[in-house]
Design a protein around this ligand. Structure first.
Ligand code: FES
Length: 113
């Protein structure tokens, strides 16, 4: 029997550090767990999404954020920052969690135990 689990990977010391790193409604490229991601700050909340549009695979690092969505610069499809859903597609996104020793990103994986 397998189940879905989450591996948590620390990527920052604190939200204060991230707050000083990027401005609201902007994003930065970040590699965590060998994945190319975007860390997005939107209305004082942080999101982690894959840096690849699910439509035709273009990088999203030049995208804009509007109305709680990341808007792909190529065909302007919008994907919800919280769920990744948009235009019948799904942009991979990753949970962020604050723990005692820092800020962690969650990556789902299958486990047989
Ligand atoms: S490549 Fe992103 S919307 Fe088409």
């Amino acid at each position: 029997m397998f189940s879905m689990k989450i591996k948590w990977v620390k990527f920052a010391e604190s939200f204060e550090y991230l707050d000083n790193l990027i401005q609201d409604r902007t994003m930065m490229k970040i590699t965590i767990n060998e994945r190319g991601l975007l860390l997005i700050k939107y209305e004082d909340k942080f999101y982690l999404v894959k840096n690849k549009c699910p439509h035709q695979g273009i990088k999203l690092e030049d995208a804009k954020c509007e109305n709680g969505k990341i808007i792909c610069p190529w065909h302007r499809y919008g994907f919800d920052l919280s769920t990744g859903r948009g235009a019948g597609l799904y942009l991979e996104n990753y949970p962020i969690q604050e723990k005692e020793d820092g800020i962690y990103a969650g990556f789902e994986y299958f486990s047989w135990f």
